[in-house]
Design a protein around this ligand. Structure first.
Ligand SMILES: *Cc1c(COP(=O)(O)O)cnc(C)c1O
Length: 367
């Protein structure tokens, strides 16, 4: 059994993907070829944003968004410590300071009611993560940001395909950043990402920054990066986009089946009213997580932990001096969360087998 079965998806889409790749090999425009613009247009329309700027990864999407928003040395950016490292990493890479706020223990997203207390004169932006596929509470976050004149950048690496009060993830704030890492809800065959915004000026900046700060060939108006999406990856994404709605529906159906089979034995994901999740992960909470994980591995069921160590306890952030106990909900989640296999091609037999194994493992580990 696979944690994410990319081969099953390829078998389904082989003809379309192979044809799209073949087209690129024949026209030979590997950098910013026509597929990149075609993909950006499709993504833009799907999300409902004025602009989509594809780029080389979700990490670079965050970097480009922060650069375009003018984040630099000494600035403070408010975010959650319960995330993949890249969120805090890109803030620090620009010389800014990540200021952490603990999570809502039910959704694992930043707790909006705790944000105001950490805003200072140096705060420039809020960077909420829409973790596991469910959007953070953007109405509450945007209201705070508006009161203080802050930008809001959504780390939507896990939530492409999710909705919040009828709007799409990636279009809920100043800039939305997503990832096309292979195992994300919409994944390519390598690294890729995208930024979305309704602000013409920010869009232009991000477009130039991803291409060495060029506004036209060999004319550089800013210090940027080489952050373009490969044409070949755009071609793969175009083929996959055709079935994306079906795949999200399949993830949601599978999650509902898991919920039904598991909710009497473990804490299953809480999806708030008005939200739909893209289920990048299906993450439960268990006691004695490592033992449960081992027991599942022995029965051939792969699991993963997203994420065992919150950012404030990572060695790279040790200089911030934030010890254990600083963000109790994030720390507790880090010890308890466990992600089960989740992808659109899980069949009913596999789901039942996984659920049964979770029941057995939880029972064995609490005995
Ligand atoms: C995957 C991920 C990223 C980074 O995306 P890459 O495409 O791997 O660079 C950033 N933030 C979160 C929350 C992620 O899950």
């Amino acid at each position: 059994m696979q944690f994410v079965d990319l081969k099953a998806q390829y078998r389904r889409l082989k003809q379309e993907i192979d044809a799209r790749i073949q087209t690129v090999l024949e026209h030979g425009q590997y950098i910013l070829g026509p597929e990149v613009a075609e993909l950006e247009e499709q993504l833009r329309v799907r999300i409902g944003a004025r602009h989509c700027i594809t780029c080389s990864s979700g990490t670079d999407a965050l970097l480009l968004a922060l650069m375009a928003a003018g984040i630099g040395p000494g600035d403070e950016v408010i975010t959650s410590p319960f995330t993949f490292f890249a969120t805090g990493e890109m803030i620090s890479l620009l010389g800014a300071v990540p200021v952490f706020v603990d999570i809502d223990p039910e959704t694992y997203n930043i707790a909006p009611e705790k944000i105001s207390a950490v805003i200072t004169s140096r705060t420039k932006a809020i960077l909420p993560i829409s973790l596991y596929g469910q959007c953070a509470d953007f109405d509450a976050i945007n209201a705070i940001a508006q009161n203080h004149g802050l930008a809001v950048i959504e780390d939507a690496a896990q939530s492409f395909g999710a909705t919040y009060k009828g709007r799409h993830s990636c279009n809920l704030s100043t800039i939305g950043c997503t990832s096309f890492f292979p195992s994300k809800p919409l994944g390519c065959y390598g690294d890729g990402g995208a930024c979305f915004t309704n602000d013409d000026m920010l869009a232009r900046r991000m477009m130039e920054l991803r291409n060495h700060g060029q506004d036209r060939r060999y004319h550089h108006t800013a210090i940027g990066i080489n952050g373009r999406l490969d044409t070949l990856q755009a071609a793969v994404l175009l083929a996959k986009l055709a079935v994306f709605d079906e795949e999200i529906a399949a993830r949601q159906r599978i999650a509902a089946e898991y919920d039904c089979l598991l909710q009497d034995v473990v804490r299953t994901p809480v999806v708030r009213e008005g939200h739909t999740s893209a289920y990048a992960q299906y993450t439960i909470e268990v006691e004695r997580r490592n033992e449960v994980e081992n027991a599942l591995r022995l029965t051939g069921i792969p699991t993963a932990v997203h994420y065992p160590v919150p950012l404030h306890l990572q060695p790279a952030f040790a200089a911030m001096g934030l010890g254990e106990g600083s963000y109790p909900h994030a720390e507790r989640a880090g010890m308890r969360v466990l992600s089960l296999p989740m992808h659109p091609y899980l069949d009913r037999d596999q789901i039942v087998r996984i659920a049964q194994a979770v029941h057995d493992a939880v029972k064995a580990c609490s005995a």
